[in-house]
Design a protein around this ligand. Structure first.
Ligand code: PAF
Length: 281
């Protein structure tokens, strides 16, 4: 099937509302393009659970902290459209920046607390921009369910909370991270790694697994286990490694409930994030 490309908010909303009025459920997969197997997994879940599927493709300038990161972001539109068609996506919503931000916005969504830790301090304004653009995408494509990957765990927690706090009438579905055979989490940023960095980056999953399989419960010890594994790779520069509560994302001293170990690590100019569940035995 050929996916229909839609660039106007009005037209996108009409398609979704007509489908829902006709009794079909609609699944939404928000992306910034450069679709990889992780995105295809989100699409697969959406298609399994909903009658119609919308993928959104908008490289949101406001959520980039460095202009160089925005400029370097891959934009393979034809390949993305092809991937959507092969996956049986009904609509690819690809608005221009002018369509999304026709005037300078005065309204923003700030999910306090959840945005403060982990990536928050290193990416000022990032989560406000993500929450705001997701609110706009939910308005443009008022679907029944929206699908987000667990790789961006903090983003997923923030969007869940925004939907709850603001009573958005849609369900947020978190989908487990898809990994390369060596464990590296799928990410649009992986293509920017040099061959040596790419090989080294598999250390992240080894570090997460080492912490997860330990029977220690002190966060300090678990973090040092992960840090020690990563230290074996000189190309890796740790930004943070933390253990937080699964829901509130508040730092945890002792793992006495399900938590999440999350990390951000630089390989050259590329910043990768990943996370894993830490469950007390
Ligand atoms: O995860 C992403 O690709 C982006 O942060 C999102 C959710 C599409 C918002 O721009």
């Amino acid at each position: 099937m050929t996916t229909q490309v839609v660039s106007s908010i009005e037209e996108m909303r009409t398609h979704v509302l007509l489908a829902r009025r006709g009794g079909e459920s609609v699944g939404l997969v928000p992306t910034m393009g450069a679709l990889h197997k992780g995105h295809l997994e989100l699409i697969r879940h959406a298609k399994d659970e909903c009658g119609r599927t919308v993928v959104t493709l908008f490289v949101n300038p406001a959520q980039f902290n460095q202009p160089s990161d925005l400029d370097a972001y891959p934009r393979p539109f034809d390949a993305d459209l092809e991937a959507c068609s092969s996956a049986g996506v009904d609509w690819l919503f690809a608005p221009s920046a002018e369509e999304m931000y026709s005037e300078k916005p005065l309204t923003f969504v700030d999910v306090e607390g959840l945005s403060d830790g982990l990536c928050g301090p290193y990416r000022p304004g990032h989560f406000r921009a993500v929450a705001t653009v997701c609110a706009k995408l939910f308005a443009a494509a008022p679907a029944d369910r929206a699908y987000f990957g667990e790789k961006d765990y903090q983003q997923l927690a923030i969007i869940r909370r925004m939907v709850r706090d603001l009573n958005f009438p849609l369900e947020i579905v978190g989908v487990p991270t898809v990994r390369e055979p060596d464990g590296l989490a799928m990410s649009s940023r992986n293509v920017r790694l040099s061959p040596a960095e790419r090989q080294t980056a598999a250390v992240l999953y080894r570090a997460l697994e080492a912490a997860q399989s330990s029977d220690q419960t002190a966060s300090r010890v678990l973090v040092s286990i992960a840090r020690h594994v990563i230290a074996s790779e000189p190309l890796a520069r740790v930004e943070y490694i933390e253990i937080v509560d699964r829901d509130t994302l508040a730092p945890v001293v002792t793992v006495d409930r399900e938590c999440r170990l999350a990390l951000a690590v630089w390989f050259g100019k590329v910043r990768l994030i990943d996370n894993i569940a830490i469950i007390p035995r």
